[in-house]
Structures are given as C-alpha cells and as structure tokens.
Ligand binder design. Structure first.
Ligand SMILES: C[S@@+](CC[C@H](N)C(=O)[O-])C[C@H]1O[C@@H](n2cnc3c(N)ncnc32)[C@H](O)[C@@H]1O
Length: 246
C-alpha cells in the first residue's frame, strides 16, 4: 500500500484534508476487490463513520436528508425499511430521542439499537407490513426506506429491482402513515418513476428529490422525499399495503 495524492487531497465531511491511499493489486485479490478496498480507504465518510461509531457511512445520508428536510423530530414513530447494519437506526434514535418508537426490517440480522424493534424478514413478504405495524404498536409518522437489492451490474435489472422496493415502501407508507407524516426512500436513475411519483403527489403535499453529499457521485442513487401526508384513502390498510407492487 502506498500513499499519494492524485489530483490533490480529498476533503473529509468536516472539511479536513485527507491523503489518498493507493492499494496495489495483491495475488489472489480480484481487481474489483482491490478497487473496493481503495475506495473504502479513501472514503472520508467511511473514516468519519468509524470515528463516530456509526455502523455505516449511510448514516451521513440520513443526517444530510434530515438537515435539509427536518424529518426526524422527538417522539416520532418511525419505520426503517432495509435497516442493516443500522446506521439510519442510530441517527433516528439519536434525533428522535428515547421516547420515539422505532421499528426496522431487513433480510440481514441487525445488532440491537436501543429499544428499536427489529425484524429479520423480507419486506416484500405478504405478512411483513402488518408485522411491522404490530411491532411499532402505533401508526408510523415517518417511513424511511434505504432498501437496495444486491446489485447485478445490469443497469436495467438493478433499476427495476430498486424501483419495485421503493414502490412497495411507498404503498406501505400510504397505507399506514398518520396524517401529516413523511416518507423518504432510495430510488435510482433520475428519481421516482411515473407510477411512484403519481402515488406520492396524490397523497403528499410536497414531493422532492435529493442527492445527499454522502451519496457517491458515481452511484445512480437518489432519494425521494414526500412530506405532508394527506391521510389514508378509503380501503387502504397495512394488510394490503403491498398490493399492486411487482
Ligand atoms: C444500503 S443498505 C441499508 C443501510 C442502512 N440504511 C444503514 O444505515 O445501515 C440496504 C439494505 O436493504 C436490505 N434489503 C434489500 N431488500 C430487502 C427486502 N426485500 N426486505 C428487507 N430488507 C431488504 C439489504 O439487506 C440491505 O441491508
């Protein structure tokens, strides 16, 4: 491993100058792994997350979304979809305080986060939305989704799979949120698709797109933020929250 500064030093989240770390290819290590390692070592958000004890660099994305849209308020009931390893849970708990209710779901196991109720399950499973609301004990005021499938590298397939998760998350939000509630979800390539956008514009007073600084420039990821939930449409409930997604 050698240190050099191509194109000048990078800046950390706090504006500090960082030296670039270069990783040489090693026998038995694939080029893609070498690139990943080099990116991790040079990523100021990875270093800052480690320093602050956040479980993921994604924690900064929620912090930056919140700095802009003020979604996290004390005492809220919050659902975090795709919560592993738990960076967003940590931020949500810190911002919304000890009396906030937080429920999270992920395919992967998640280490406990103070009093958050965590389900290890597929959010797309038929019974998952109702199980989440039951775990929370009340209707959510805020539904967050950072869900992302394992990327295949095939742009259209990845786009479609992220869109399906975001749409299911939005259906869930529209079926369960309290009036005035909010929704934020990861989408890909140019933002929410037309169906998702139509749904959000129907049910929320304000819909925006935002790419936090912590979201890698080369990633197609962007977040859709919907605020001012107008209230449930008749016939919607957690038991049919995933109806219509595919
Ligand atoms: C980018 S990570 C989330 C990072 C998280 N926000 C944090 O701060 O630590 C995306 C997560 O979505 C989860 N995921 C993808 N599809 C899912 C599904 N159908 N149900 C539940 N979780 C899912 C993945 O397992 C992965 O842990």
């Amino acid at each position: 491993m050698s240190r050099k500064r191509p194109g000048g030093p990078a800046k950390g989240p706090g504006g500090a100058r960082l030296a670039h770390v270069r990783v040489k290819t090693a026998r038995g290590r694939k080029l893609s792994s070498t690139r990943w390692l080099e990116r991790q070592l040079n990523d100021p958000y990875v270093a800052e997350a480690r320093r602050l004890g956040y479980r993921s660099r994604a924690a900064f994305k929620l912090l930056q979304i919140d700095a802009r849209y003020r979604l996290l308020k004390p005492g809220l009931a919050i659902v975090d979809l795709g919560c592993a390893p738990g960076g967003w849970l940590q931020i949500a708990r810190a911002a919304a305080g000890g009396n906030a209710r937080i429920a999270g779901i992920d395919l992967l196991p998640v280490d406990p986060v103070a009093d958050a109720l965590l389900l290890q399950a597929d959010f797309m499973a038929e019974d998952a939305p109702a199980a989440l609301v039951a775990a929370l004990g009340v209707s959510p005021d805020l539904v967050l989704s950072d869900m992302a499938p394992e990327l295949t590298g095939h742009a259209r397939t990845d786009h479609w799979r992220v869109a399906a998760l975001a749409e299911a998350a939005a259906q869930f939000a529209c079926a369960t949120l309290t009036p005035g509630g909010a929704f934020a979800a990861k989408v890909f390539s140019g933002g929410a698709g037309p169906d998702l956008l139509r749904l959000l514009k129907r049910d929320f007073a304000r819909v925006s797109h935002f790419k936090p600084d912590a979201s890698r420039k080369e990633s197609a990821e962007i977040y859709v933020i919907a605020q001012g939930f107008r209230g449930r449409q008749t016939g919607e409930g957690p038991e049919n929250a995933t109806e219509g997604d595919g």
